[in-house]
Design a protein around this ligand. Structure first.
Ligand code: GTP
Ligand code: MG
Length: 250
């Protein structure tokens, strides 16, 4: 299969780190980049649109209503599929993810196009402890839901997905639109028979003074995670039995 790769970046109020993140992605890889901004109020879309005028490999999609990270990725993927892209590397807009790993991740996708390539975070010394330990519950729950350790860290958003199977699982009604998107799609793709390849990748925590931003809300988003895991855990036993032996055709 010919892999046609795209870098897909969802962004919401990413502030001044957005432009360097785009520049980094474009300079570290020859793949086109698609940015999906929805409902940002910090004006970051203006700088991105201006930058795109001189950068033919960059597409900027701006939506007026904020609908969440998962919803932004879904709409970007729909557009990407209609343009013939087969694989998308999703990465954050806030400078935390390693642009220099984009092409190495695409190389894994070229060797194993049917797989999802899941980044496994290697945290720097600035990682807040609550982020480091807070993810353990999700890791355990996902191990149960998929019946093993194939997913590893279910929250790290630096990943390559085969687009068609991902849309198949994301387009069903009731799918997660926000941060719960990352664990949900890893579990559902695994249930669909998509193999997972885990690859380590460094993640940075940038101070606020240097432009670091996070929109993760501990109470609201952790409640969403709990609701997601209840739904997934209830379906898990049936899904283990029904899991196809072969990955879906691309
Ligand atoms: N388009 C869009 N992107 C979003 C939305 N919410 C978050 N994002 C993007 O999703 C990525 C991850 O969001 P963050 O808020 O950094 O969350 P996180 O990296 O999981 O959390 P931290 O570890 O605290 O930084 C960033 O690129 C955000 O701009 C949204 O509602 N719409
Ligand atoms: Mg972040």
């Amino acid at each position: 299969m010919n892999v046609k790769p795209l870098v897909l970046i969802p962004s919401y109020n990413s502030g001044k780190v957005l432009l360097p993140t785009l520049q980094d992605a474009l300079s570290q890889s020859t793949a086109p980049v698609m940015l999906v901004i929805d409902g940002s109020t910090d004006g970051s879309e203006l700088a991105a649109l201006e930058f795109a005028k001189a950068e033919p490999r960059l597409t900027v999609i701006v939506k007026t209503e904020n609908a969440g990270k998962g919803a932004a990725v879904r709409s970007g993927l729909q557009r990407a599929e209609s343009e013939g892209f087969t694989h998308a590397l999703v990465m954050d807009a806030d400078g935390q993810h390693p642009a220099e790993r984009i092409d190495p991740f695409f190389e894994y996708a070229e060797k194993t196009p049917e797989a999802m390539i899941l980044g496994q975070p290697v945290f720097d010394a600035n990682v807040p402890l609550e982020r480091l330990y807070g993810r353990k519950l999700s890791v355990w729950m996902v191990q149960f839901e998929v019946g093993g350790r194939m997913v590893g860290d279910p929250l790290f958003g630096f990943r390559v997905y085969p687009i068609r199977p991902l849309l198949r699982v994301m387009e069903k009604p009731g799918r997660s639109d926000r941060y719960d998107f990352d664990p949900e799609v890893a579990v559902r793709l695994s249930w669909l028979g998509v193999p997972a390849i885990k690859v380590r990748a460094p993640v940075k925590y940038i101070s606020r003074e240097q432009g670091g931003v996070s929109h993760f809300h501990y109470v609201r988003d952790n409640v969403r995670f709990v609701c997601l895991h209840v739904r997934l855990a209830l379906q898990a036993p049936y899904r283990w039995i029904a899991r196809p032996k072969q990955p879906p055709t691309l």
